[in-house]
Design a protein around this ligand. Structure first.
Ligand SMILES: Cc1cc2nc3c(=O)[nH]c(=O)nc-3n(C[C@H](O)[C@H](O)[C@H](O)COP(=O)(O)OP(=O)(O)OC[C@H]3O[C@@H](n4cnc5c(N)ncnc54)[C@H](O)[C@@H]3O)c2cc1C
Length: 426
């Protein structure tokens, strides 16, 4: 519990925590439905992660146009403003209770909010070096991509000159391009797995067009340097992580540990909202993005980190309908709950529950994470041997969802299981 006097107590219909695409998407749709949402965000500039992205890759679904992250974020903020959404920036939520009381601090002091419904849209964060257990001293010059982006976008600063990027998902590839174009030498992009995590088109655009080397099947085994990074030691390895050749050094003055996103779930843990270890600790949700605690909803990268922004926005818009339904007809407690479980070849599925309010349910979209990475993947959603939905993906990798739309057939007590069958990557 935070110290200091609470300067104000406020009652709100819906409180949204996080002004990223998910939170703004939900708040805008709620305002259009006649509900008055209030959005809180700890940052001075609303818009979430896209607000710090200067590269294109956003907005195709929402605005039918590819735009840079900052423009996408500005459009979402403008659209929310037009719908009548209030956003309070520089307001950090410190505490959430199961009774939907929220304690937040802003430059004016501590405020306690009481909300009829609460939506958590706090996004995700990258795993830092410390949790990746990379040995070696602790010199300066070790970063995550998010920090580097903020330095570059908001302050015009570069993290160093000779850079090694660890990770090959789309976010890592784009970071390499951004830094190379800003004048850095990218010594290498290093990936432990034997395959690239991001899209091939992105590898061409971000790396090959700028002659940036990608070293697949290489693990960073040590950071070198006393005061400042002077290099990394890398170990060639196979798909199981076993060393296949002599380790060697790549000289550099900066190491960026990129990707490996986990939900920003501190408030979830603190409020004891039941969570799913398979998603890295995001809350368990149903098809309306309602958590196990009535009236508390969660969506966006908090429930599946780190899918593209358009998906987070779509989540928010769907969650808004769930919040609206909750406010207009609060649950009776008699709803039947059906488990959604990962089957063969699947690590995690969101939502993890289907909540049946009657005999019928609208079509549901499942975000599925496979394990291991597979090519030519067929996904099937099955209940007691009956197929409820299927999807195909040319390639599926564990860090990004494949989407499967299904039409629930009727309320049943048996779980819905999602399976993935494809050809493993080399
Ligand atoms: C480096 C990078 C590059 C990316 N590039 C692309 C791309 O090219 N295309 C694409 O589609 N997607 C991209 N993404 C992914 C995209 O940014 C996310 O999918 C999207 O931002 C997720 O939206 P969200 O609303 O769930 O979370 P976020 O955008 O992360 O928003 C969460 C918000 O919650 C706020 N918050 C968190 N905790 C608190 C608290 N306690 N109190 C108050 N506020 C809080 C944060 O300040 C933040 O504003 C990229 C992501 C990164 C990190």
């Amino acid at each position: 519990m935070a110290e200091g006097p609470v300067i104000a107590e406020r009652e709100v219909d819906v409180l949204v925590i996080g002004a990223g695409p998910a939170g703004l998407g939900a708040a805008t749709r709620l305002a259009e439905l006649g509900v008055a949402p209030l959005v809180l965000d700890r940052e001075p500039v609303p818009g979430g992660l896209p607000a710090q992205c200067e590269h294109p890759g956003f907005g195709l679904w929402a605005f039918r146009r590819l735009m840079v992250g900052r423009e996408f974020a500005a459009r979402l903020v403008e659209r929310a403003g037009r719908a009548g959404v209030r956003i309070e920036s520089e307001t950090t939520v410190l505490e959430v209770t199961p009774e939907r009381t929220v304690l937040a601090v802003s430059p004016s002091g501590l405020v306690r909010y009481r909300a009829q419904a609460l939506l958590l849209a706090t996004g995700c964060r990258e795993r830092p070096r410390s949790t990746r257990l990379v040995p070696g001293p602790r010199p300066s010059g070790v970063f995550n991509t998010g920090v580097v982006q903020r330095l570059h976008t908001f302050l015009g600063l570069l993290p160093g000159w000779d850079v090694v990027i660890v990770g090959s998902d789309d976010i890592s590839l784009v970071a390499a391009r951004t830094l190379a174009r800003a004048g850095c030498r990218i010594a290498a992009v290093v990936e432990e797995r034997p395959y690239r995590q991001g899209y091939l088109a992105n590898e061409w655009w971000s790396l090959r067009s700028l002659r940036i080397p990608l070293r697949l099947g290489h693990r960073v085994s040590r950071v070198l340097g006393d005061w400042r990074v002077r290099g990394v030691e890398v170990v060639p390895c196979d798909a199981e992580g076993r060393q296949t050749a002599e380790s060697y050094e790549i000289p550099c003055d900066t190491v960026i540990f990129s990707g490996e996103f986990v939900p920003e779930a501190t408030l979830v843990a603190q409020a004891r909202i039941p969570s799913d270890p398979r998603t890295g600790g995001g809350p368990l949700v149903d098809q309306d993005f309602q958590t196990e605690l009535p009236g508390i909803f969660a969506c966006g990268n908090l429930v599946h980190a780190a899918d593209p922004a358009d998906y987070a926005l779509a989540d928010g818009e769907r969650a808004a309908l769930g919040v609206w339904r909750y406010l207009s007809s609060p649950p009776t407690g008699n709803e039947r709950v059906q488990q959604v479980l990962p089957g063969t070849g699947v690590r995690a599925v969101v939502p993890q529950r289907l909540r049946w309010y009657g005999e019928r349910l609208d079509p549901v979209t499942l975000a599925v994470r496979v394990e291991p990475a597979q090519r030519a993947v067929r996904l099937r959603a099955v209940v007691s041997g009956t197929r409820w939905g299927q999807a195909f993906a040319p390639a599926a990798k564990p860090h990004r969802s494949v989407y499967l739309r299904l039409r629930p057939e009727g309320p049943v007590d048996a779980p819905l299981t999602v399976e993935a069958r494809g050809w493993p990557f080399a």
